[in-house]
Design a protein around this ligand. Structure first.
Ligand code: SF4
Ligand code: SF4
Length: 464
């Protein structure tokens, strides 16, 4: 028997490997119990729980996560963001992207195998298939069987379950844009908007087709991320690989016999690793673009190795460098680069959130340059828009500065409800004898308690 230390696994990047031969819905993966399956199921349950549960969670009487497109507001765990704060959203997306790059360089296709919605929903739909049509062997038998009432009933149960889950997914997705309770009630009583029906229907259909029918075809042919991951990995990134040095020559053997005496390696050629693969590939052919790194083959092969009394790990998470028998690299430029950018972006995003103003003030000056009042004063008119980003109603006190003698006409207070915008038209005036004969830079100030904010504009008058 060989030991892992004397083995070499030739990693062969089969980037242009054709998709596994199959028709739509024809790969019937077998369930492989094991530690990685437990990890996938646990993580999938958490992610599905968050996806379906978050729209029902309320904070301050509003959904915890709510993209309120008509009001142009985004509510996130008690905070509200406006379109002017698009840079924050861009920052969140950049942080998410670099977190994904960092994870990929470190641990390969962890995202694809464990957290990508396409994978999580496919595992869920596979579970529906298992409870309605049975395990792989029964499903293959059912596929080959002629039409019968039992076959029709099993098929109907599977598609019914798929459709229920797809509809729940559609409702949950649209609930991030329209409060869940009202959407569900209005949706089932025919009172929801046409757009709501359209999007629920669209996401339902997309989920049913992607997770029920297309499955690994999405990963192999449609996902752009799968394509450029290969350029992100380095020789220390984790990959799922078969130890051909230890496994070959593969072949069946009698229990208890010495494989070396028969010229055999540790692979008994049971094909279980192929049967459990959701993309239908044989990892013994080398690393392939169709491999999503789910480790189902690792669980299956470990189980076989245990039964044969061989060491586990004939198929395992490893790296190209480990396979070549080299020590792991400590300083990995790509990993350090992504990590540094991720850390900096997190710091910048944290600082932006910590210093986020509790209100915003926008000013637009009236197109009319100036006018004269009945008592001869010079007047400029402005439109002020105030956004109250706090959870409480605010009364803002308004003032102006920039030139001696400037006077604010009318009401110097502005009431703005919580998480709302309000606007007001205000007039600034100046006595003619105080006019300097040139445009003056001025500022408006808003104060509510300790919070203060200012915005600049200008005051114009007649030429000298
Ligand atoms: S599961 Fe392991 S022993 Fe069975 S064929 Fe695959 S690599 Fe060989
Ligand atoms: S080869 Fe293994 S890790 Fe890759 S997709 Fe198939 S079962 Fe998952």
């Amino acid at each position: 028997m060989t030991t892992p230390s004397d083995s070499r696994i030739p990693v062969q990047l089969l980037g242009n490997t054709p998709a596994p031969p199959r028709g739509l819905g024809k790969i019937q993966p077998r369930t492989a119990p094991g530690r990685f399956r437990r990890l996938r199921v646990g993580l999938g349950a958490v992610l599905l729980g968050l996806f379906f549960g978050l729209p029902w969670l309320q904070i301050n009487g509003r959904p915890a996560v709510w993209f309120d497109l008509p009001q142009r507001q985004f509510h996130l765990f008690g905070a509200t963001f406006w379109p002017q704060e698009f840079t924050l959203l861009a920052g969140v997306l950049i942080v998410a992207a670099f977190a994904l790059f960092f994870t990929t360089v470190y641990a390969g296709r962890l995202w694809c195998g464990y957290a990508c919605p396409q994978s999580v929903w496919t595992w869920l739909f596979l579970w529906c298939e298992k409870i309605t049509e049975g395990e792989r062997r029964q499903r293959l038998r059912l596929d080959a069987a002629p039409g019968s009432l039992t076959k029709a009933l099993r098929r109907a149960a599977k598609h019914g379950l798929w459709l229920v889950l797809a509809l729940a997914t559609g409702l949950a997705f649209v609930s991030y844009f329209s409060p869940a309770r009202a959407l569900v009630i209005d949706g089932f009583t025919g009172q929801a908007s046409a757009w709501a029906y359209f999007w629920v229907g669209f996401v339902t259909l997309a989920t049913y087709l992607n997770a029920g029918w297309l499955r690994e075809q999405v990963c192999v042919h449609m996902c752009p991320y799968a394509r450029f991951q290969s350029v992100m990995l380095d020789r220390d990134s984790l990959i799922v690989a078969y130890d051909s040095g230890r496994g070959e020559a593969r072949g069946p053997r009698r229990p208890g016999s010495d494989p070396r005496a028969q010229g055999l390696g540790d692979c008994i050629d049971c094909t279980l690793c192929v049967q459990v693969c959701p993309t239908g590939i044989d990892i013994r052919d080398g690393l392939q673009i169709a491999c999503i790194g789910c480790a189902a083959c690792v669980d299956a092969c470990d189980e076989v190795m245990s039964r044969m009394n061989y060491p586990k790990g004939l198929i395992s998470y490893t790296s190209e460098r480990a396979l070549a028998g080299e020590p792991p690299t400590r300083l990995r430029p790509r990993l350090l680069g992504y990590g540094a950018v991720l850390g900096l972006m997190l710091l910048a995003l944290g600082a932006s959130l910590a210093t986020r103003a509790p209100a915003t003030l926008d000013i637009s000056k009236d197109r009319l340059l100036y006018r004269e009042s009945a008592d001869g004063r010079l007047e400029n008119v402005y439109r002020l828009s105030v956004t109250n980003k706090t959870a409480i109603d605010q009364t803002y006190h308004l003032s102006a500065s920039g030139w001696p003698g400037l006077r604010l006409q009318g009401n110097a207070q502005l009431n703005v409800p919580a998480f709302a915008e309000a606007s007001a038209v205000v007039t600034l005036s100046l006595a003619p004898e105080q006019w300097p004969g040139r445009t003056v830079a001025i500022s408006f100030h808003l104060a509510a308690g300790d919070a203060q904010l200012s915005a600049d504009s200008r005051f114009t008058g007649p030429d000298p």
